[in-house]
Every structure is written in structure tokens, then in C-alpha cells.
Design a protein around this ligand. Structure first.
Ligand SMILES: Nc1ncnc2c1ncn2[C@@H]1O[C@H](COP(=O)(O)OP(=O)(O)OP(=O)(O)O)[C@@H](O)[C@H]1O
Length: 201
């Protein structure tokens, strides 16, 4: 049976950077396209970055029991939802998947597909280094949002508390000191899972 490799970590831990590298290092892993009610941005394409839907369609999907997890953010443009939907794109009999997300969405997918289907890939960075990286990244924005950066940094403490991680069996972590080293360690972990699967057959 295939696995869902679930990449997660606190803000600015390097998930996006690692995800992009893993996409080329582990091309056999499929991606999952989420659904969102936020408007499409210039350059985005339906079905590539997201499936773009409206609130009514999301409600219908929820009523049909196909929404595995949904998060809604209150933005200045109104509420924007992001959802993982069981629309047939996830077929664990055939494929394994690489997904990037939050600990909450990891929990929901784990409830839906079963503990055995999920492999958590938890990325960590020393807090001081992470704050420096977050600040450097924010400084490059046209309108840096430093208060939001601080809010997220503090919220991470509760979101990824040791108790929560332990409760969800996230016992392994990958330190992102040097990007390529971290990518290699995660790729090795992914390959080990493949070997385990073969041995069990
Ligand atoms: N190993 C590394 N060494 C130095 N800089 C890094 C490393 N990994 C990532 N970065 C940089 O740190 C910043 C945060 O990385 P990235 O955006 O990938 O994190 P993230 O976990 O996806 O963040 P968020 O969840 O907040 O969007 C980026 O500017 C990225 O270029």
C-alpha cells in the first residue's frame, strides 16, 4: 500500500524549500491538489496550484462527506477556505504522495486514511535561526508584516507543542540546518519506507 508523506514544521522552518527539492529528488511521489475558495491569482491555473471553487460548491462537497479537512482564514477580503477533498485523486493502492501541511490537517488525514498510511516528516530549526530566517524573508516583501510574523512565531509554540506531537506519534524530526543535507535525510527516510513495504510483501 502507498503512503502519504506529510511534510510539516513551524513557520520558516523550510518546508516550502524542502518540498520543492523533494519534488525533483523523489519524482515518483505524487502531489495532491487542494481546493480553495480564494480567488485565482494571476499566473495560476485551475487544477495546478489549487482547484478553485466557490463557497456553495465547498458546502456541497462537505455535505457529501468528501471533505477530509478544511481550514478557513478570515482575510481582509472575507473568509478563504482551503480543503483536502476525497475526489479520487488519492489512490493508495497505486501511488504514494508528498504533501505539505499543518499538524491539524495531518491529524485529519490520519483519521481518514488510517495511521499506517501517514508518514510524518517533521522539519525543525533552532528557534533563533528560524526567527532570523523568517525576518530575512519578511524584509524582502514589498510590505513586510512583522506583527503577523511574531503572531505566527508564538502560535507555533502551541500548535507544535511536544505533547501534541507525541499524541500524534510524531517522534522523528529532521533538522534543517543545511538544506541539501536535510533533503537527503528526508529522501533516505522516504526510500526506507519503500524498502519496508517491499519486505512486508
Ligand atoms: N537550510 C537553510 N538555510 C538557510 N536558509 C534557509 C534554509 N532553508 C530555508 N531557508 C530560507 O528560510 C526561509 C523560510 O523557508 P521556507 O519559506 O521554505 O519555510 P516554510 O516552512 O515553508 O515557511 P512558512 O510556513 O512560514 O511559509 C526562506 O527564506 C528560505 O529561503
Amino acid at each position: 500500500m502507498g503512503k502519504i508523506f506529510y511534510l510539516m514544521g513551524k513557520s520558516a522552518s523550510g518546508k516550502d524549500s524542502i518540498y520543492k527539492r523533494l519534488r525533483s529528488v523523489c519524482p515518483e511521489l505524487k502531489s495532491i491538489v487542494l481546493y480553495t475558495t480564494r480567488p485565482m491569482r494571476d499566473g495560476e491555473q485551475e487544477g495546478v496550484e489549487y482547484h478553485f471553487i466557490d463557497g456553495t460548491r465547498l458546502k456541497n462537497l462537505e455535505q457529501s462527506g468528501r471533505v477530509i479537512e478544511v481550514r478557513t482564514y478570515q482575510t481582509v477580503f472575507g473568509p478563504w477556505s482551503y480543503a483536502t477533498v476525497d475526489d479520487g485523486q488519492i489512490d493508495l493502492a497505486k501511488n504514494s504522495y508528498l504533501v505539505i501541511g499543518t499538524l491539524d490537517s495531518y491529524e485529519k488525514l490520519r483519521e481518514y486514511y488510517g495511521k499506517k498510511a501517514l508518514v510524518p516528516l517533521y522539519v525543525t530549526v533552532d528557534d533563533g535561526v528560524r526567527l532570523e530566517r523568517a525576518l530575512a524573508r519578511e524584509r524582502q516583501q514589498k510590505e513586510p508584516k512583522y506583527a503577523e510574523l511574531c503572531r505566527r512565531f508564538l502560535a507555533d509554540e502551541a500548535d507544535f507543542s511536544p505533547e501534541r506531537l507525541k499524541g500524534l506519534d510524531v517522534t522523528e524530526s529532521f533538522e534543517n540546518r543545511e538544506l541539501e543535507e536535510c533533503v537527503r535525510a528526508i529522501a533516505d527516510r522516504i526510500q526506507m519506507e519503500g524498502r519496508r513495504e517491499e519486505a512486508d510483501r
